[in-house]
Every structure is written in structure tokens, then in C-alpha cells.
Design a protein around this ligand. Structure first.
Ligand code: SF4
Ligand code: SF4
Length: 345
């Protein structure tokens, strides 16, 4: 069956149809920072300015701040009230392949390692509509991390820019069902498929930053106790936490209660292993020194995740490079991890 296509001026109509069934989220600068926000029913100007969001799409399923439940202390203990359930699923329009890959990686933690009901309630109800990336940042290195600017493996539908129109690739059953219920789409011609192929190649070639991850798990394992290496690696980091809070695969959170008299709310909120207090326990802090925290961040992605799930928990989205205030660069760090023989690459 031939793919469908939609013209650029018909995107608003497409979103309008989908918003009958889903809460539709699109890239927006509504708050001054590019993030996925609920579509206002009109604006599709993101098609002109959007490269990627600053706030990654994990925020749709693991929000920066989330109410877990409300509680009241009664005569016989606590009464717990869960937050009201949202029946409508979210449709994320325009998610980039690197961030969709990150969602697949987060699923390994929140679905396979444990079942997180807050995350899964939102995630299982969601549709991811990818938008191929035509203008990657200099900091992007997705093609070294098993994905690409137009990879469709982790979305339900994938849109590829073919000059004024978008070819729609139907990836999952969920995506196919949605397209079957969508009106006004045109059949793509052979010529459109050829344009999409060229568009993919052009996008791929625009990702010029490369990272060789060959043997990285073993190199990190062997270098774990190399204090000198980690001190040097961590030297310029100011522990602001931006690289972890805005990393699409980082998922650390903290839990707090806000209570007035006998009632209150339990929240969870993003946290960072880069913060000095993150690992503080009553008797000690095993990651008091900054180099230990930086080591944790790097090894979690490139050593511990591969050991647990056989996948590197970095998608090459480049946020941690372009948003770091001191130009700490994870690709330079990975390249500098000593080899088994002690010779640095
Ligand atoms: S963004 Fe840069 S300075 Fe901030 S914690 Fe990460 S590496 Fe350190
Ligand atoms: S480590 Fe950096 S490049 Fe990799 S996924 Fe996280 S923010 Fe993106």
C-alpha cells in the first residue's frame, strides 16, 4: 500500500482532526523556551522555526513536577486520593527521532525494570508522530547512536519533508489505525518516495559530528577507579544539572510531601545526579566530590545501561553539549576514556 502525504498548508486541518480524539501537542515557544505544548488550534509556524525543543519529550510522560496523590490524616490513618485520571491520550506531533528513541529507552526503566503507573498511564495512551529533522544542530550526533534525523523505528507515524509536502510513513498499528480514520490525505506518488529518499540522505549527511562508541562499556569499566581521569573530566563542570535535567533519557526524580495541618500532597519532581545533595544519606554522601557525580552521569549512560539493557542511554540529541554553560562536551569525554591498554584515543 502506498504511503500517504499531506501538504504543508493542510497540517492545521490534520491536527484539527486529530484533536477530536487526542490532546495534541506541538513544538512551541509559548513560554520563551521551545517545548511541546498543547496546540492552540491554529498555529503551525513551528514548521518554519523548529529544530528541536529545549525541553525533551520525556516531560510529557515524566513531567518536571507531578502530583502523585493527595492525602488526609484521619482517626485511623491516612486517606489517599489519587489525582483525577485523564482519559484523553496525548498526540505528540513533531517529535524528533532522537527524542522518540529516548522514549523507547525510558520505557526500559519505567516498563521493564519496574512498572511505573504514572508514566505508563500517559505513555500507553500516547501517539508519537515524528517529524524528520532537516536542519540538525552542530552538536547533534544521532547517526553515531543508532538512529538518524529521519529514523522511524520509535514513532507511530513519521513525516518526511518533501518540499512543501510531507510523506507519511505508517509505522505501528496505532499509526495505521489513525491514518485509516483521517480524511483528506493524498496518495503519495513514486516521485514522492524518491524525494523522501533524497530528503533522508540529505538530512543524514548534515549530521557531521561523529562519535565512535566501540568498546566504550569495557573502557569505562576499566577506568572506573581512575580518579585522575575523572577529576580532569569533571574539572570545568559547575554542577548546574542542566545536562541531566534536559537529557531525554535521564529520569532521576525526588519525592516530597507538602502538608498543611492534616492534609497534603505528594509530588515528584525532576532531580539530577549532578547535584551534591542528590546522593546524601543520613550518615554519608558517597558522591560528595564532583568527579564522582560526573562519573555517575557518564557511566550510567554508557556503561550501566548497556550492562542492564544492552543499549547506550544516549541518543546523540546534543542538548547536553549546546545547553551546557561551560561547554562540557560528552563526545569529547567518551573519546578520551582510556582504552584497556591505558592509551587514550
Ligand atoms: S550542564 Fe555542564 S556545567 Fe551543568 S552539570 Fe552538566 S556538564 Fe556540568
Ligand atoms: S547524554 Fe546528551 S546527547 Fe546524549 S541523550 Fe542525553 S542530552 Fe542527548
Amino acid at each position: 500500500m502506498a504511503n500517504k502525504k499531506v501538504s504543508r498548508q493542510d497540517i492545521a486541518g490534520l491536527l484539527e482532526q486529530w484533536s477530536q480524539q487526542f490532546s495534541v501537542f506541538v513544538p512551541s515557544k509559548e513560554s520563551g523556551v521551545a517545548a511541546m505544548t498543547e496546540w492552540d488550534g491554529q498555529d503551525t509556524s513551528f514548521l518554519d522555526w523548529y529544530r528541536n525543543t529545549v525541553v525533551p519529550s520525556k516531560a510529557s510522560f515524566l513531567p518536571p513536577m507531578e502530583e502523585m496523590f493527595h492525602f488526609q490524616k484521619g482517626e485511623e490513618g491516612y486517606n489517599i486520593e489519587p489525582p483525577p485520571k485523564t482519559e484523553r491520550g496525548q498526540l505528540l506531533f513533531g517529535i524528533r527521532p532522537c527524542d522518540a528513541r529516548a522514549m523507547a529507552i525510558l520505557d526500559m526503566t519505567f516498563e521493564q525494570a519496574l512498572e511505573d503507573p504514572y508514566y505508563l498511564a500517559k505513555r500507553n495512551n500516547a501517539v508519537l508522530v515524528g517529524l524528520g529533522c532537516t536542519n540538525p544542530y552542530e552538536s547533534c550526533f544521532c547517526t553515531s547512536m543508532g538512529t538518524s534525523p529521519t529514523e522511524s523505528a520509535d514513532v507511530d507515524l513519521m513525516l518526511i519533508d518533501i518540499c512543501g509536502e510531507f510523506l507519511i510513513e505508517e509505522v505501528t498499528d496505532k499509526g495505521k489505525e489513525l491514518i485509516a480514520k483521517t480524511n483528506g490525505l493524498k496518495e503519495a506518488a513514486k516521485d514522492d518516495e524518491a524525494k523522501a529518499k533524497q530528503s533522508k540522505k540529505t538530512a543524514y549527511d548534515r549530521v557531521t559530528r561523529k562519535l565512535d562508541t566501540e568498546g566504550i562499556k569495557d573502557r569505562l569499566l576499566a577506568s572506573f577507579d581512575d580518579e585522575g581521569f575523572w577529576e580532569k573530566t569533571a574539572a570545568k563542570c559547575i554542577s548546574c544539572g542542566i545536562c541531566t535535567l534536559l537529557c531525554p533519557t535521564c529520569f532521576c526524580f525526588d519525592i516530597n510531601d507538602e502538608m498543611v495541618k492534616k492534609e497534603g500532597t505528594r509530588f515528584r519532581s525532576w532531580d539530577s545526579c549532578g547535584f551534591p545533595l542528590y546522593s546524601k544519606m543520613p550518615m554519608e554522601n558517597p558522591r560528595q566530590e564532583k568527579w564522582r557525580r560526573v562519573r555517575q552521569k557518564v557511566c550510567h549512560k554508557y556503561e550501566f545501561y548497556p550492562m542492564t539493557f544492552d543499549v547506550i542511554a544516549c541518543t546523540g540529541c546534543g542538548r547536553c553539549i549546546r545547553l551546557c554553560p561551560v561547554n562540557w562536551d560528552i563526545t569529547r569525554v567518551i573519546e578520551s576514556v582510556p582504552t584497556k591498554t591505558g592509551v587514550k584515543k
